[in-house]
Design a protein around this ligand. Structure first.
Ligand SMILES: O=C(O)C1=C[C@@H](OP(=O)(O)O)[C@@H](O)[C@H](O)C1
Ligand SMILES: C=C(OP(=O)(O)O)C(=O)O
Length: 458
């Protein structure tokens, strides 16, 4: 018998991840001394949400150890449970919440509504799963996220033979009229606004009757490491994705294997913490750093030395030491758009000019991140300008003021980073960090406090 045991967290040391936007201003703590801290981080959003989808489509139960518990992962759990997946919280939670046991539905069922919240991974990974369910599935998102691009997914599903009602808008909300089967076949999409269209289609493709031959036709393809993460997650479950040429992926119809997986810490959420060491000439160490990973946050180990930091990896502990100097950098961040807010905040504190390019697509993230970063950095006296596909940030004396988050978790953490060095920065809506890291305010407070009291254990 199918069971649906997912319920509100009994163990949630940091409160409800569904917390509403707060209108309060959060006084960003100033680092009175160079940061000197060990920081432990919860699981990767991108890995958690991929493994949840694959576990729901697999041929038997899977256990996820150390998954993320945040708004984005909660929305994914709820979406898959609404389609009939059994998701059970295991006893004896770790410091960041319970492990999860996922039991696939014998038949995915529709006649339900799914709320993607703000999660790009839910809005782009779940529609193909909904197409495999029997009955209509309406997918919606927060008001602030309804404008995020969905046309590539709408067109792709229709080309694969799926009946989809979108009132001609190619945007959320829309209804997928699942019949319990997807024909599949060969299609071409333009994924230049988000790699998540490719990942979302590949995750479900092995369950399509004819598999999938997917071509990307746009002028650029951002976030390639995230597509590699999708391919690696599929490979670990026995599903081969062939890439006969750049921009083409082939998946044959096959079984997705059940598998127990330990989720890595979220290395993109490591960005503001590691950058804090650079900003204050201090030290931050993050434990459980994976030796090998497809997470793009691993590139921080090559990016931060360009700003003047020293980076060392001893065992599974990555340490960043600031040298007191913060250099300007020129970086193509097309592979790692989600690192931009933290690196732009660091650049705003640098002694020389910086340029970040290859990131036009981040105008479609939680907010238009190029416009938001320019507005907020300049609002504190900085000198940031928008480029066609990026940002230029020149040195300037910054002053305190309100830093707006635009409901974007990475804007909130970028404001906190500047606030370490600039007195009087008040972040509007630090609660936005609940999207992927509900513990952020507490972890940040402890990191800053550790500067005066000695390092906290990871
Ligand atoms: O597949 C994923 O898990 C993600 C892919 C990327 O999306 P884009 O390609 O839209 O930038 C990234 O920015 C996002 O945070 C997570
Ligand atoms: C772009 C991001 O999120 P999403 O998965 O919602 O696209 C992000 O976390 O930086």
């Amino acid at each position: 018998m199918q069971f649906r045991t997912y319920s509100a967290p009994e163990f949630d040391p940091y409160g409800d991840s569904r917390q509403p936007e707060t209108s309060e201003l959060w006084a960003a703590p100033v680092a009175a001394a160079p940061i000197d801290a060990d920081v432990a981080l919860p699981g990767s959003k991108s890995q958690t949400n991929r493994e949840l989808v694959l576990a729901a489509l697999a041929d038997g139960p899977s256990v996820l150890t150390a998954p993320l518990h945040s708004q984005d992962s909660d929305r994914m759990v709820e979406a898959l449970a609404a389609l009939g997946t059994g998701i059970e919280r295991m006893p004896e939670p770790g410091i960041f919440g319970a492990d999860l046991r996922i039991t696939p539905a014998s038949e995915l069922t529709g006649s339900t509504t799914i709320d993607a919240g703000q999660a790009g991974t839910v809005m782009r990974f779940v529609p193909p799963v909904a197409a495999l369910a029997l009955g209509p599935v309406t997918i919606d998102a927060d008001d602030s996220a309804r404008g995020r691009p969905m046309h590539a997914m709408v067109d792709a599903l229709r080309a694969l033979g799926v009946d989809l009602a979108d009132e001609g808008r190619a945007a959320l909300p829309f209804t997928v009229h699942g019949t319990g089967r997807v024909a599949g076949g060969e299609i071409t999409i333009d994924a230049s606004s988000s790699s998540q269209f490719v990942s979302g289609l590949l995750l479900s493709a092995a369950r399509f009757e004819n598999g999938l031959v997917l071509h990307h036709s746009g002028e650029r393809l951002p976030s390639l490491p995230h597509i590699e993460m999708t391919i690696a997650a599929l490979a670990a479950r026995g599903v081969a994705v062939e890439t006969p040429e750049l921009g083409t992926w082939v998946v044959k119809p096959q079984t997705i294997g059940a598998r127990d997986v330990t989720i890595e810490p979220d290395l993109s959420n490591a960005a503001p913490f590691l950058a804090a060491a650079v900003a204050t000439g201090g030290r931050v160490t993050i434990g459980h750093w994976p030796a090998e990973t497809t997470q793009v946050g691993a590139d921080l180990a090559t990016y931060l030395p360009l700003f003047g930091a020293e980076v060392t990896l001893e065992g599974d502990r990555l340490t960043v030491r600031g040298t007191g100097e913060i250099r300007g950098v020129n970086l193509d961040l097309s592979t790692g758009g989600e690192l931009v807010p933290a690196l732009a905040a660091l650049a705003a504190l640098a002694d020389g000019p910086s340029e970040f390019t290859g990131i036009g697509h981040i105008r479609h993230h939680e907010t238009d991140r190029l416009a938001a970063l320019v507005a907020e950095i300049n609002g504190l006296g900085g000198r940031a300008t928008e480029l066609e596909d990026g940002l230029r940030i020149e040195p300037a004396e910054l002053h305190g003021g309100v830093w707006k988050s635009y409901k974007d978790h990475r804007m909130s953490t970028a404001g906190a980073l500047i606030g370490l060095r600039v007195e009087g920065v008040e972040v509007h809506d630090i609660g936005a960090t609940a999207k992927t890291l509900p513990q952020f305010p507490e972890l940040w407070r402890r990191m800053v406090a550790a500067a005066e009291q000695g390092a906290l254990p990871a």
